[in-house]
Design a binder for this molecule. Structure first.
Ligand code: GLU
Length: 292
């Protein structure tokens, strides 16, 4: 992002978060987003104490979503806003970013990864829902977005969800996005493992639209603006939470405090400015819910 553009964005009011950070974070994308809290103390016997002692943590993120959770070809580590949030939480637990084991968490696998203890946390565009909360713990939210539509630039007949009836629409299996367009808007569902597969189907003409959260779709459109565009206004509210083991209230409290602290110490807005800000512009952090 050009420096002049950054200074212009500094004028946009983001409430307390921006006031605290004073826009100083916009000076460079190389600023480390996290400060590891080596002195972090956790309740004896808690999951956090165990993880800090082990010095490592396994975190499930997306690998295919630009600016959210994305593993570039040939890269060792994923990048994106979710990845930054995961690093902030690990750092506040006392674990440095290089000690995180990143695990791909496709939409349909998020609950089983947590329940089968294959990961310690999931930070993967994971909307908080009552149904999911029956299976896993979800702390947050740390981000808010809404469902939208991605179509080919030459498409003129899909402008919003009411135009989807009888249209072939791709979304990831296990996502809130797929259920919504199928049940409420009469779309012909085309389920995929992930959103990259959906975007490939859109390019080849196998589907008419891809649907999921605007924050995700804007990244795909920005990568291929000649061919892809996001249309219509958001038609749902998606509040991203951090997934953890069901019933682990200590973990919920720890994550919630870590997210709240990230609002005040500038790390949340710095994470946004390095990632999603490019396509979504500045957005304020949602209020974190209390645990139970
Ligand atoms: N946020 C939605 C969900 O959790 C859609 C994005 C996704 O599939 O990761 O289902």
């Amino acid at each position: 992002m050009a420096v002049s553009m950054r200074s212009a964005l500094c004028g946009v009011a983001l409430g307390a978060v921006l006031a605290v950070s004073g826009c100083g974070y916009l000076g460079g994308d190389d600023t480390p987003a996290v400060k590891v809290d080596g002195e972090a103390t956790h309740p004896a016997g808690s999951t956090m104490a165990g993880l800090k002692k082990a010095g490592t943590i396994r975190i499930g993120v997306k690998f295919d979503q630009p600016n959210v959770g994305y593993l570039k070809k040939g890269a060792d580590e994923p990048e994106g806003f979710d990845v930054e949030i995961a690093k902030i939480i690990a750092a506040k637990m006392g674990i440095p970013p290089e000690k995180i084991t990143w695990v791909e968490a496709e939409s349909k696998d998020r609950e089983s990864l947590i329940r089968d203890r294959k990961v310690d946390l999931v930070v993967a565009s994971y909307s908080i829902t009552d149904e999911r909360r029956k299976l896993v713990g979800m702390a947050g939210p740390y981000y808010e977005t809404g469902q939208q539509l991605l179509v080919r630039t030459d498409n003129t007949d899909i402008k919003g969800p009411e135009d989807l009836s009888g249209k072939r629409v791709c979304a990831a299996t296990g996502s809130t996005s797929l259920v919504k367009v199928e049940k409420e808007y009469g779309a012909l569902p085309s389920p995929a493992g992930n959103y990259k597969q959906c975007v490939d189907r859109l390019g080849s003409g196998t589907v008419d639209a891809v649907t999921t959260d605007g924050a995700i779709l804007l990244g795909f459109a920005a990568d291929d603006p000649e061919k892809l565009k996001v249309v219509g206004e958001p038609f749902t509210v998606e509040r991203y939470g951090v997934g953890y083991g069901h019933g682990n209230t200590e973990m919920c409290r720890f994550i919630s405090t870590a997210i709240r602290r990230s609002h005040n110490d500038g790390s949340w807005i710095r994470a946004l400015s390095k990632t999603l800000w490019r396509t979504t512009g500045p957005t304020p952090p949602p209020d974190v819910e209390p645990c139970e």
